[in-house]
Design a protein around this ligand. Sequence first.
Ligand SMILES: Nc1ncnc2c1ncn2[C@@H]1O[C@H](COP(=O)(O)OP(=O)(O)OP(=O)(O)O)[C@@H](O)[C@H]1O
Ligand SMILES: [Mg+2]
Length: 293
Amino acid sequence: MTSTMPNMPANAPPDARGALTLADGEPIIEVRDLCKRYGSHVIHEHLDLTVSRGDIVALVGGSGSGKTTLVRQIMGLEDPSSGHIRIFGHDITMIDRRTAHLLRRRSGMLFQRGALFSALSVFDNIAQPLRELHTLSEDLIRDVVMYKLEMVGLSCRHASRLPSELSGGMVKRVGIARAIALEPELLFLDEPTAGLDPEASDEFVAMVRGLHRSLGLTVVMVTHDLDTMVMLSTSVAVLADRKVLVNAPVEDVVRVDHPFIRAYFLGERGRRSLQALPAARRAKVSELLEDGK
Ligand SMILES: Nc1ncnc2c1ncn2[C@@H]1O[C@H](COP(=O)(O)OP(=O)(O)OP(=O)(O)O)[C@@H](O)[C@H]1O
Ligand SMILES: [Mg+2]
């Protein structure tokens, strides 16, 4: 099935395929000296961020710190005020619309709000990005939709349901199925576990981990959920003071002396979540975890 998938066709134009030659670990997203203002309100100032192929980066920061705005700029849905954003090796502030469109197809997004069209069935929600290509037969679309449903742990009997007939966890899964419909290399998740109970969150984390492995995804995930962040991320990018303060594995992040980091990671909830780190990584922060006891 994968060879017949719409994304990355063998005859795709070379400009949008250049990054395919990038090896594992090479930068997929490079944000340099980004500034973003709404009127006189400065959201980002001299912000830098690098995300490499295969990373699962958790983007954390206070409410209103500009996490969603940053993701929207990286996805090309919002223009920076100044600075550069390279994605798959292309500076998205310098490319033509067609290349931008092709690059956008290489990313999938689970939005913070309004993940699904409420009037459309699960099937039609997932089929929507495939139909927009105008190149696939309905037979192929049906196969792809069913395959994606299976990948996110749902069965074909969910296909005819409306979003209002699903649990919160299922809605998120369908959102992911739609986000990966075009087999993206890069997946953005904005608060993917918000509103889920701990069990549904854990199942969701396991699913994303499985997709990351099987699809070779790079993931950028905005989250307030410390447990999800500790379990899933390969690095944590902290957005504070209008920039990315640090982007490193969580055990290195928590050792940075900054009021937001102390409050966020080393409060009671933060310490509890950090206990879930594998022993070797937890050992690096054992002193900090002991301190608060
Ligand atoms: N289109 C817009 N016009 C004006 N201001 C905006 C716009 N979009 C976002 N903002 C402002 O930019 C700031 C950052 O918003 P953003 O949604 O990126 O925050 P966030 O970190 O995602 O917050 P949350 O954790 O609550 O989702 C906020 O002060 C918001 O009001
Ligand atoms: Mg947000």
